[in-house]
Design a protein around this ligand. Structure first.
Ligand code: ADP
Length: 403
């Protein structure tokens, strides 16, 4: 590296959207954020904010990802929009979020042609995500050439899982030839809250044993042993594990064959399990705010959906507490974990068999902030830790460039 890295732009690109956040890593401070929606499909929209400026969903021209990132960089250097940067040259590095790093990447990687080809080879494992991220990288490289670009993978944190966690009980050749195994997702978030929880608990991060619960539209629960992932609830794809907003989570896989023998196509089954399943299938809404207010109003379907949801969470937590032997804390994060006191209350009640108790007042008062919500007598403390995946990507980008 010829220059010191200070300003890191974090980019999370999908096939038709690009979210970005700029950090000053000398203070780990977020300077600006925004997103471009509807890239390449017409009627594109731009959203941007800095400390003193905000614009929401303004029409813009974004025929491709390069145009989208140019809009972002123009805004970042526009004095009228908060003026965080003088010129594009003030962006020292770009950190890209990549969903799937397969077995190849257990750490972030500085991008070059070789790494880009490797990520492209992993696209069959994440057909909805990796191709869009690659378009994002190519676009950013056009607009910001000569700047180091780093890929940070959602799967990387989970690469420490032992075979007993990641192997499915299926013929080995499926793993060897087709990559069929558990990978796990949300790794950047599980890693962020693991590091923060270690600080809160006053332990070195390589000595903490945790169950980290990232609960949002997509949810996953991870057993962290000695600061590393030991097992996680999502699988080869983000469909497995706990019940989610529109994803079924674990189901008997034979249901898929049964449906296909009864006239459903593979795509129908995919859509049923990924988009029409989960809490939405059980009570009509995938948003826990709606579900919890319907519960309060006495809606039976919503009550069953909430009970089914926390039942699935508790089964993973119970299993992981057993596997870990010693659990220092259970960590809750993500939109639901950070904000939905009703869901947390039902969840902790479902864990009472583990000697976990609830501090009702603390739980009700906690929204989007760090707090312990278990009672003083709880066998395991339960702590809410807001996640910050973008900051984690910026940190990882910074670290790899300033070893
Ligand atoms: P994603 O997985 O898409 O990143 P989030 O982590 O933002 O999703 O989580 C979305 C979920 O969080 C939704 O079910 C939403 O209802 C829930 N949520 C967000 N804010 C609140 C809130 N204030 N109260 C209750 N639930 C909330």
């Amino acid at each position: 590296m010829s220059h010191t890295v200070r300003n890191v732009l974090v980019v999370n690109a999908g096939s038709s959207s690009l979210k970005f956040m700029l950090f000053d890593m000398s203070q780990e401070r977020m300077l600006a954020k925004g997103q471009v929606e509807r890239i390449g499909i017409g009627d594109a929209l731009f959203t941007f904010s800095t400390e003193g400026f905000s614009e929401k969903q303004t029409p813009c021209e974004a025929p491709n990802h390069a145009a989208a990132i140019r809009l972002a960089c123009d805004a970042l250097t526009a004095p009228a929009k908060g003026g965080c940067l003088k010129s594009f040259a003030d962006i020292d590095a770009v950190g890209h979020r990549i969903v799937h790093g397969g077995e190849k990447y257990s750490k972030p990687v500085r991008l070059d042609e070789h790494a880009l080809k490797e990520i492209e080879k992993l696209s069959p494992l994440a057909p909805l995500h990796n191709p869009g991220a690659l378009q994002g990288i190519r676009g950013c490289e056009q607009v910001l050439p000569g700047v180091p670009h780093v890929a940070v993978f959602d799967t990387a944190f989970h690469q420490t899982m032992p075979e007993e966690s990641y192997l499915y009980a299926l013929p080995r050749e499926l793993h060897d030839k087709l990559g069929v195994r558990k990978y796990g997702f949300h790794g950047t978030s599980h890693r962020f809250v693991t590091e923060r929880a270690a600080e809160i608990l006053g332990k070195p991060s390589d000595q903490v044993n945790l169950v980290t619960c990232h609960l949002g539209n997509g949810s996953s629960i991870t057993a962290v042993k000695g600061g590393k992932c030991f097992d996680t609830s999502m699988g080869m794809t983000p469909l497995a594990g706990v019940v989610m907003g529109t994803r079924s989570g674990d189901v008997d896989p034979a249901i898929a064959f049964y449906l296909m023998k009864n006239g459903y196509s593979a795509d129908d089954v995919d859509a049923l399990f990924n988009k029409q399943g989960g809490v939405k299938a059980l009570c009509g809404s995938s948003d826990m705010r709606d579900v919890c207010s319907a519960c309060e109003a006495g809606n039976r379907d919503a009550q069953v959906a909430l009970a089914r949801l926390v039942h699935s969470y508790a089964m993973y937590v119970g299993g992981y507490v057993a596997l870990l032997g010693r659990t220092d804390a259970i960590i809750l994060t993500g939109g639901i974990g950070e904000n939905s006191w009703e869901t947390r209350q039902a969840f902790l009640k479902a864990l009472s068999g583990l000697g976990i108790t609830l501090d009702e007042a603390a739980n009700r008062a906690t929204r989007g902030v760090e707090a312990t919500i278990s009672g003083k007598d709880s066998a395991i403390p339960v702590i809410v830790v807001p996640t910050n995946e973008e900051l984690m990507i910026a940190r990882e980008t910074f670290t790899i460039l300033n070893p």
